[in-house]
Design a protein around this ligand. Sequence first.
Ligand SMILES: *[C@@H]1O[C@H](CO)[C@@H](O)[C@H](O)[C@H]1NC(C)=O
Ligand SMILES: *[C@@H]1O[C@H](CO)[C@@H](O)[C@H](O)[C@H]1NC(C)=O
Ligand SMILES: *[C@@H]1O[C@H](CO)[C@@H](O)[C@H](O)[C@H]1NC(C)=O
Ligand SMILES: *[C@@H]1O[C@H](CO)[C@@H](O)[C@H](O)[C@H]1NC(C)=O
Ligand SMILES: *[C@@H]1O[C@H](CO)[C@@H](O)[C@H](O)[C@H]1NC(C)=O
Ligand SMILES: *[C@@H]1O[C@H](CO)[C@@H](O)[C@H](O)[C@H]1NC(C)=O
Ligand SMILES: [Zn+2]
Length: 433
Amino acid sequence: MSYRKTLLGASCSLCVHSLRALLAFSLCCFISGYSERDRAQDLLSKYPLIDGHNDLALRLRIYHNNQLSKINLTNLTRVATDISRLREGHVQTQMFAVYVLCGAQDMDAVRLTLEQIDVIRRICTEYPDFELVTSTQELKDSMTRRKIACLISIEGGHSIDSSLPALRMFYQLGVRSMSLTHSCNTPWAESSTNYYKVFIRPNNSLTTFGKAVVGEMNRLGMIVDLSHTSFETASAVLSHSQAPVIFSHSSSYKICNNSRNVPDWLLHKLKKNRGLIMVNFYSPFISCQNNSTVSHLADHFDHIKEVIGAKSIGIGGDFDGGSSFPVGLEDVSKYPVIIQELLKRKWKEEELADVLRNNFLRVFEEVEKVRNKLSWKKPSEEEIPLKEVANKCRLELKQPILQKMVSNQSPSLKAKGWTSLFLALALLFSLFP
Ligand SMILES: *[C@@H]1O[C@H](CO)[C@@H](O)[C@H](O)[C@H]1NC(C)=O
Ligand SMILES: *[C@@H]1O[C@H](CO)[C@@H](O)[C@H](O)[C@H]1NC(C)=O
Ligand SMILES: *[C@@H]1O[C@H](CO)[C@@H](O)[C@H](O)[C@H]1NC(C)=O
Ligand SMILES: *[C@@H]1O[C@H](CO)[C@@H](O)[C@H](O)[C@H]1NC(C)=O
Ligand SMILES: *[C@@H]1O[C@H](CO)[C@@H](O)[C@H](O)[C@H]1NC(C)=O
Ligand SMILES: *[C@@H]1O[C@H](CO)[C@@H](O)[C@H](O)[C@H]1NC(C)=O
Ligand SMILES: [Zn+2]
């Protein structure tokens, strides 16, 4: 205001010139502010978003016990995700997370995983807006059909109960990505958090069986997801994986030092692997507080771009996974807001097209190429050593008695072995009269 007063008080010709300049300046600001919003919309129409992580299925379990007949996904209350808002936010592909509580590990995790896969498959086949996809080709086709593509990803390796056959069957059901841990260690990989005091063992970051899981995922064409793993596990996987990997919903540790985020030294390894970090919007990972702003979130994008470039960045909003998101970015309809902010920060349109869509497509295509290259390989028959998974819910199908018999043992133990074998055979025959 005072600046303007000074101008008006100046000599006439200067005054006219300055006013014209001022007018042009404010008009320019007005137009560019306006056009950033339009540019964000245009960009998103041309390159609609592929988002790496959404927990709607978890909310359907919590609020509706997965009873889809009682709700209409077009408009939902109490959640951040529904069809209307996905459309408004230009979300073209959503990776939906299959998450089951860590408490289910060694219990009914596999059943619960199947039930969550079921509910995602149901929403993605019963609603004509959605389409379940399992390959990059199907994903691209879904865009031309103006559908919202669903990808299924398992969140937490405890879902496979340390079984490669279980992993393969999940692939058959359409699962195309799996994070190796959630908030609990598995017997073969380590979590970024240890809320659950399970499988805390030395050298547990990626055991021999853990390497077999990664190898089998490479062979199948399932994307390895490192969100929720410890830095050591992430590093070991980055050294071991033949295909690019993703962090489906993690942000920058340099900006907010939460253990769910990714430090710069791992970002460099990720770039070498040709993988992707899909930035998480959840406030505690953005500002390290329970509230945050769009500007905080943009700082993560800026920092990661500075360290490894825009070709390694994606978006994994984590909506319905947490309860607090940046002001103005509270649900899936708001994605244009962050794109607008990045345009304001001079991100190039090509960079944003990569972040929105192209980078993920490139990674998924490379994962498929590695699968094709490994097609000569037979399914892995690697088994986890029994002592690493022994628990009361796991039957020992192998005869430890027989194994003991072939090894050198004391005569008394041998005798005990024969007696047990006899009893086992008697039991077996009694089952098939
Ligand atoms: C859900 O609601 C929309 C309108 O909001 C309607 O067009 C659609 O038929 C409904 N779907 C189901 C499955 O009831
Ligand atoms: C429900 O979704 C429809 C279709 O997108 C939209 O037009 C309508 O405004 C929504 N209704 C409510 C109550 O949000
Ligand atoms: C852990 O691994 C290191 C290096 O591979 C090895 O030297 C060490 O003995 C291992 N420790 C245990 C307890 O297995
Ligand atoms: C994160 O940073 C805060 C403040 O800079 C510090 O107090 C805290 O100890 C750090 N936490 C970790 C895990 O480094
Ligand atoms: C955030 O935390 C503060 C205390 O640290 C609390 O007073 C406030 O209600 C919290 N806000 C939200 C949105 O949870
Ligand atoms: C979070 O809320 C507190 C209290 O309302 C405020 O002082 C702080 O600036 C906010 N932080 C962010 C990142 O918005
Ligand atoms: Zn998560």
